[in-house]
Ligand binder design. Structure first.
Ligand SMILES: Nc1ncnc2c1ncn2[C@@H]1O[C@H](COP(=O)(O)OP(=O)(O)OP(=O)(O)O)[C@@H](O)[C@H]1O
Ligand SMILES: [Mg+2]
Length: 404
């Protein structure tokens, strides 16, 4: 990546977080500015009110600019929502030349063969991420360029998304004068921030439980294997508390954050009431019971999204939970007892990130940090915004249309 100062905007359902960083090296990243504001105009990861969302994003960007003293003119942006779907597909080509030497253009041909899948109306293949290659039937080839063979197969992970959802998000960002450097699928970003290389090699499930969506990614053999988005997360927990205990939503949210625990351990007896300064109170046992029931269900939903039920073979490293809802005490133990696989909590790994980055240690910022790490680690082009291809052409057209 050529640029030294880069920015990321995490457009979440509950918060918008903008980061500005000075990238000196892959493991030497100084955070210069952070702007976090409550999010409006989004529901379950999707834009539902353009004006409100625009206002929130603009405020977050302004704050990051004020803190860093740097004007943000472009940013990496996260994409999520139920409209995202994924599948694995194989592309096969023959190497026609006499020397049978695999060249870069052959990889491109194989990838474009793999991208050739039927997608639902209104959706587009946003990216085909190569997972592994095989040459003349020999599996596990990681870099075939320069090798000889007659037949090249590429296994890819294909991600599709609704064109209008992506268009609206990009339009919103663009309307406040910011160019979209690239659109990055949020679970890929979160995985970048919280997983170790060993976990990604051995096999791991990552779930980012945010406010409106639970973003899931499975990594195996060092690359992405499966992605899924569940439109259930912290918002639904609060909503259950609000309905179940007859509390206003805002009060239920405060109660959840202050007293919520999936395995109640407070030094309170079972009949204890917990309360807030403003006089609202609730039964501690009931509060924790509601949270636990919703989280048990969500943990099970995560495994139901897996492509196989042999979780131990798929992901020997188990499940890594991140996102704001992971702040609930005891969630990892609950996961282990309900799912019977290893579960740990993950927060952004502090590898080489410094500066005003204290809040980034919170699991709520896994995606935000990952959106910076993705391009820094040379993974630009998640959605091929800047490259050729149907989507690339669409985005360049889009950029031309909306350039001020
Ligand atoms: N201490 C806490 N206990 C319980 N829940 C918490 C706590 N802190 C934050 N949360 C919950 O985390 C959620 C917000 O998480 P996060 O910031 O990751 O979401 P987001 O990025 O805005 O949304 P999304 O990624 O779903 O679009 C909220 O539902 C909030 O209630
Ligand atoms: Mg999020």
């Amino acid at each position: 990546m050529a640029k030294k100062i880069i920015s990321a905007i995490d457009v979440g359902t509950t918060k918008i977080a903008t980061l500005v960083a000075n990238v000196k090296a892959e493991d030497d990243i100084e955070i210069l500015g952070v702007g976090v504001v409550p999010s409006h105009g989004l529901h379950k990861g999707i834009l539902v009110n353009m004006d409100e969302a625009k206002q929130s994003i603009a405020t977050s960007v302004k704050e990051a600019q004020r803190v860093s003293g740097i004007h943000i003119d472009s940013a990496y942006v996260g994409v999520t929502g139920r409209h995202i779907t994924s599948l694995n597909n194989r592309g096969v080509i023959s190497i026609p030349r006499d020397d049978r030497l695999v060249r870069t253009q052959d990889l491109k041909r194989a990838l474009s063969a793999a991208r050739n899948v039927t997608v639902a109306e209104g959706k587009k293949v946003l990216h085909a991420i190569p997972r592994s290659y095989s040459l003349d039937g020999q599996e596990g080839v990681t870099q075939p360029v320069g090798m000889h063979g007659r037949r090249l197969d590429v296994e890819t992970h294909i991600i599709t998304a609704s064109v209008s959802s992506i268009q609206n998000l990009a339009k919103c960002i663009r309307s406040i004068g910011i160019d979209v450097e690239d659109l990055i699928l949020e679970p890929l970003a979160s995985g970048e921030a919280v997983l170790t290389p060993e976990e990604r090699d051995t096999g791991v499930i990552m779930a980012d439980i945010g406010g409106g969506t639970t973003d899931i990614a499975v990594f195996k053999n060092g690359s992405i294997y499966h992605t899924a988005i569940i439109p259930v997360a912290g918002y639904q927990v609060t909503s259950d508390i609000s309905i179940g205990l007859g509390l206003p939503f805002g009060i239920a949210e405060k109660m959840k954050k202050r007293y919520g625990n999936v395995t109640p351990t407070l030094e309170l007896d079972e009949a204890a009431q917990v309360g807030l300064e403003n006089g609202h109170s609730a039964s501690y046992k009931d509060l924790c019971h509601i949270i636990r029931a919703r989280m048990e269900e969500l943990l099970q939903l995560i495994l139901m999204e897996m492509p196989t039920s042999d979780y131990n073979a798929l992901a020997p490293c188990g499940l890594v939970l991140t996102g704001g809802t992971t702040n609930l005490p005891g969630l990892d133990e609950l996961g282990q007892s309900v799912l019977r696989i290893p579960v740990r909590k993950g927060r952004p790994l502090n590898t080489g990130i410094y500066g005003i980055s204290d809040i980034l240690q919170d699991p709520a910022y896994a995606t935000t940090v990952g959106l910076l790490l993705w391009p820094i680690r040379g993974k630009e082009g998640a959605f091929q915004v800047k490259s050729a291809g149907v989507w690339g052409n669409f985005v360049s057209l889009f950029r031309r249309l909306f350039r001020a």
